[in-house]
Design a binder for this molecule. Structure first.
Ligand code: ATP
Ligand code: MN
Length: 536
């Protein structure tokens, strides 16, 4: 046995107001797995992988994410439905309640950091009520060296108490669960939910304010990888559009699967030290890299077992089944997770209406327009039968994590794209041949093939045609992909139905964009769907 696995250090948490605790400090992933099993808080698969249930919450709860309104945030944050204000005095009271709740318990503390670029390190101390949440932080954040630990001073503190329940009336929360960011105190306070994604996305939201404001660096909700020649590609997209899936490519070194920064000196760097992949319908054949990453050290969330074997098709707990693992569970990775300016940017969208082309090349105006729009579609739960999908717009492909006004990020991205002379592609990983219920989801192998052709620069020699309604430039040919699927209209049996659907979708784009119109240049406005007139 590795000596590291048996030595346990404990530390005092008095200075945080947490009293009479035995706080296990920096204990190994293996040991955390054992502690989880010992407390009956998880099980092991036949392969020795820890599987846990996150409890009532199997996804983030965006309506319960607050930001304390203080000197730092007051005039900077774009307050509204997404960034909900929280009173500073109420925060202090709730913090005291949470720390008294944690007092006397056996807790798990970990020092870690975010941002793989040396100049950007954000040291984080995490205090977890549960051992598996602490193991998640080991998987997802960056892991300091022994020397770094000796002089460790946290920049931010995360207090994570899934078992604590707020009293909304008294505490100023919406319901029992909450995730509150306090920029003045540099504390993320999470309670009433065991969903691990709140921990990682909490720090993401912190960086999404800090980096643009203090470091002139653009934070991005995207995955990233780099080819043999050092050519970087980044993939923006909302949940379920394929960031994690498409960035795991055995021929390209993975930088990260979800959160990156783009620096003024032309570097792309990962914020995290691990991946958090969806495992719904996961198969070794379609997604070998992710499948093989599920080995001891990984944590499966909310999956269902049959005789110790995971059934990835079982969604009885949630559709959002997940696995977290440290980056080095993936074979081909970039070390450290830093690379040069991107050559190609992909905007991923899962268009469940089957309207958008599987790949199209964007002009500068279109790129800005689609970035600000952040379109994808949500499909209805399969249990309730087939229902109409819903269009979903989330600015910058990540509005729930963006404390500043979307135009701040959009302007930065536009400038950087221009400077870097990057190619921008819109990729529809969603439906073809009809809307959800009639058509099918785009085959993963076709999406991968189209991306590879774009990365190889091979669309340069191909003829393009322009989409009549969306104005998007669609290639007419692509190796390993049937020509007829490249123009979505060709895949619909009834062309009139297609045109109607496309018009409808274009209308929702315009309706959504109206909130940003006053900020947008003529060039950006022209990047939207072309068939409908703007009526001022
Ligand atoms: P999140 O932000 O929630 O982590 P994500 O953008 O990383 O989401 P993925 O985890 O990659 O999304 O999820 C994409 C899902 O869609 C996977 O389950 C993948 O198997 C499935 N899928 C099906 N067809 C395609 C396709 N053509 N391209 C990409 N993904 C596809
Ligand atoms: Mn992902």
């Amino acid at each position: 046995m590795d000596l590291k696995d048996i030595i346990t250090k404990t530390i005092s948490l008095e200075k945080y107001g947490i009293k009479n605790v035995t706080a296990n400090y920096q204990i190994s992933s293996k040991q955390l797995q054992k502690e989880t099993l010992k407390r009956d808080l998880g099980k092991e698969t036949n392969d020795g992988v820890l599987a846990i249930n996150t409890g009532t919450f199997t996804g983030r709860s965006p309506k319960d994410r607050f930001i304390v309104k203080d000197e730092i945030t007051k005039d900077r944050v774009w307050w509204g439905d997404i960034n909900l204000p929280f009173d500073s005095a109420k925060f202090d009271k709730l913090y005291d309640k949470v720390t008294s709740y944690l007092s006397g318990k056996e807790l798990f503390v970990r020092d870690a950091y975010a941002c793989a670029h040396q100049d950007y390190k954000l040291n984080i101390r995490v205090i977890n009520e549960y051992p598996w949440s602490n193991m998640f932080t080991y998987n997802m954040f960056l892991r300091p060296t022994e020397i770094e630990l000796q002089n460790f001073k946290e920049d931010w503190l995360i207090v994570n108490a899934p078992g604590f329940k707020a009293n909304p009336k008294e505490d100023g929360t919406r319901q029992e669960n909450f995730a509150i960011l306090n920029f003045n105190k540099k504390i993320a306070l999470i309670g009433g939910t065991g969903y691990t994604g709140e921990i990682k996305k909490g720090i993401f939201s912190v960086l999404n304010l800090i980096l643009p404001v203090y470091k002139n660096t653009l934070p991005m909700h995207c995955s990233a990888n780099v080819g043999e020649d050092g050519d970087t590609a980044i993939f923006f997209g909302l949940s379920g559009t394929g960031k994690t899936t498409l960035s795991a490519d055995p021929n390209r070194r993975l930088i990260g699967d979800d959160e990156h920064g783009w620096t003024p000196d032309n570097k792309i760097f990962n914020f995290e030290g691990g991946c958090y992949a969806k495992v719904i319908n996961l198969s070794k054949e379609n997604e070998p890299d992710i499948y093989n990453a599920i080995k001891p050290g990984a944590i499966l969330e909310n999956i269902v077992f049959k005789d110790g074997e995971v059934d990835y098709t079982d969604t009885s707990i949630t559709q959002n089944t997940r696995v977290s693992y440290p980056l080095d569970h993936i074979q081909n990775i970039q070390k450290p997770s830093v690379a040069e300016n991107p050559k190609n940017i992909f905007f991923l969208t899962a268009d469940a209406f089957g309207v958008l082309p599987p790949i199209s090349k964007l002009s500068a105006g279109q790129a800005a327009y689609h970035f600000i729009s952040g379109y994808t579609a949500k499909v209805a739960g399969t249990e309730e039968g087939i229902k109409e999908p819903q269009p979903s717009f989330s600015a910058c492909f990540g509005a729930p994590f963006m404390p500043l006004h979307p135009t701040v990020y959009a302007e930065m991205l536009s400038r950087k794209m221009k400077e870097a002379n990057v190619n921008v592609w819109l990729v529809n990983t969603g439906w073809t041949g009809g809307s959800y219920g009639i058509g099918q989801r785009m085959k993963l192998k076709y999406t991968r093939a189209m991306i590879n052709v774009a990365l190889a620069g091979a669309f340069n020699n191909v003829e393009f045609e322009t989409h009549e309604i969306f104005g998007l430039k669609m290639p007419k040919e692509c190796p390993d992909v049937p020509n007829e699927i490249l123009n979505p209209r060709n895949t619909w049996e009834n062309k009139e139905f297609y045109d109607e659907k496309a018009e409808q979708l274009a209308y929702t784009f315009h309706a959504n964009f109206s909130q940003f119109k006053e900020y947008a240049s003529q060039q950006i406005l022209m990047g939207g769907p072309v068939s409908l007139e703007y009526n001022d």
